[in-house]
Design a protein around this ligand. Structure first.
Ligand code: NAD
Length: 286
C-alpha cells in the first residue's frame, strides 16, 4: 500500500501531508540484514531486534555451538533466522557466507559488522604489567587486528556490491568507546583496532554516500556480554568499571536494539559517517 511503500523510502522522499508514524519511520520490515558475531551478546541482541521487527536476518559467527543454540532458541520464539558459520578474519570464508546469505535472502539492505574480540590486557590493568608496550604479544596484536579491523574490511568488501545493487543500504560497524578515547585498562590491540574502525567508518561514508548507502558506528561502553566475562566476573573489577559510568551500571545487551534500529532504518536517512556512543554517559566525563 501507499504508506508502506513510502516507508520503504527515505523520509525525504515521502509525500508532503502523508502521516508518518513511528512504525513507518523506524521500519525494518521486509529488509534483508546480516549481523556478524550474531551468536552472542550485542550482535545477538541486534539480530533479535531486527527479526522481532520483521526483517530477514542472517547471523554469521565463528562459534558453531553458539550459532546452533541461538538459532534453536530464536526458532522457539517464532523468529526464523539464517545461521552461517565463518571467521571474519578469513576473507574467503566470510565472502562465501555473505554471498550465501545474500543469495538466500534475495539481496541485502543492512549489514552489521559486529564481530570482535578483546585482545588482552591494558598497560595499567592490575595484571602485573602484562599489558605494557614492552611486553606486548605481537602474535596477539596481529590476531586482534585481523579480526577487529581487517575482519570488518573483509565483511564490508563482500557486502558492498549487494548494497549497491539494492540502490540503498545501511552499514553499521560495532566500534567501541575505546575507539573514541583511551582507557589504560584496555589493551593496545583492542584500542588500536577500534580507533582504526572510526577512521574506516568515516572514509567509507564518504565513498558510499553517492550510492545512497549510509555508514555509521556504534560505540558501546561496558555491556554485560561474554567478551567482558573475564573482566567483570570479579565483583571488584565490575564495581570499579561501574564507578566510571555516570548511570552507575553496565549496559544490558537488549539496550542496543533502539540505536541499532535507528541506524538500520529510514529514521537515519541523513546520518552518515558518525560513531554514536551508547555508554551510560561514560564518554561525557567523570
Ligand atoms: P561477545 O563475545 O558476547 O560476542 C562476540 C561474538 O563475535 C561471539 O559470538 C563470537 O563468537 C563472535 N566472533 C568473535 N570473533 C569472530 C570471528 N573472527 N569471526 C566470526 N565471529 C567472531 O561480545 P560482545 O560484547 O557482544 O561483542 C560484540 C562487539 O561489541 C565486539 O566488536 C566488541 O568489541 C564490541 N564492544 C563490546 C563492548 C562490551 O562491553 N561488551 C563494548 C564496546 C564494544
Amino acid at each position: 500500500d501507499h504508506r508502506s511503500a513510502a516507508a520503504d523510502l527515505d523520509l525525504i522522499h515521502h509525500d508532503a501531508g502523508l502521516i508518518m508514524t513511528i512504525q513507518d519511520i523506524f521500519s525494518v520490515r521486509g529488509k534483508r540484514a546480516i549481523v556478524t558475531g550474531g551468536a552472542s551478546g550485542i550482535g545477538l541482541a541486534i539480530a533479535e531486534g531486527l527479526a522481532e521487527n520483521g526483517a530477514h536476518v542472517a547471523i554469521i559467527d565463528r562459534d558453531e555451538a553458539s550459532l546452533a543454540e541461538q538459532n534453536r532458541a530464536l526458532r522457539e520464539r517464532g523468529l526464523t533466522i539464517q545461521a552461517l558459520k565463518a571467521d571474519v578474519a578469513d576473507a574467503d570464508a566470510i565472502g562465501e557466507a555473505v554471498a550465501g546469505a545474500v543469495q538466500k535472502q534475495g539481496g541485502l539492505d543492512i549489514i552489521f559488522a559486529n564481530a570482535g574480540v578483546t585482545g588482552g590486557y591494558g598497560p595499567i590493568s592490575g595484571q602485573g604489567g602484562r599489558g605494557r608496550l614492552e611486553s606486548l604479544d605481537l602474535g596477539l596484536w596481529q590476531r586482534t587486528l585481523d579480526i577487529n579491523l581487517t575482519g570488518v574490511v573483509h565483511t564490508l568488501r563482500a557486502a558492498v556490491p549487494a548494497l549497491k545493487a539494492a540502490k540503498a543500504g545501511k552499514i553499521i560497524v560495532t566500534a567501541s568507546i575505546a575507539g573514541l578515547r583511551a582507557n589504560a585498562a584496555i589493551g593496545y590491540p583492542y584500542t588500536a583496532s577500534k580507533t582504526a574502525l572510526v577512521g574506516l567508518i568515516k572514509e567509507l561514508a564518504l565513498e558510499l554516500a553517492e550510492f545512497n548507502i549510509q555508514v555509521n558506528g556504534l560505540a558501546p561502553g561496558p555491556f554485560k556480554t561474554n567478551i567482558n566475562d573475564r573482566r567483570f566476573h570479579d565483583p571488584v573489577d565490575a564495581a570499579i568499571e561501574t564507578a566510571t559510568v555516570p548511570q552507575r551500571r553496565l549496559g544490558e545487551p537488549a539496550e542496543i536494539k533502539g540505536l541499532a534500529i535507528l541506524l538500520a532504518s529510514g529514521a537515519s536517512s541523513f546520518i552518515t559517517g558518525t560513531v554514536i556512543p551508547i555508554d551510560g554517559g561514560k564518554t561525557a566525563g567523570s
